[in-house]
Design a protein around this ligand. Sequence first.
Ligand code: SF4
Length: 64
Amino acid sequence: MRIHLDRSRCSGHGRCFSLAPEVFDYDDEGFSVLKHETITPELEAAAQLGAGGCPEQAITLEDD
Ligand code: SF4
């Protein structure tokens, strides 16, 4: 599974990295940064939790 973050939509609410710190980090200004581009099966649940928690729909997941 691949993950994509649309930084132009990110408002820095921080929900993604609060919900799933194993997948998301944040930069100096509080905007989300991906820790991985490819989501392994062990990270899928966390990635989906973070993506689902984003109020801006900035995070998308797609199957390989
Ligand atoms: S939850 Fe969405 S808007 Fe908020 S920091 Fe994460 S990607 Fe950005």
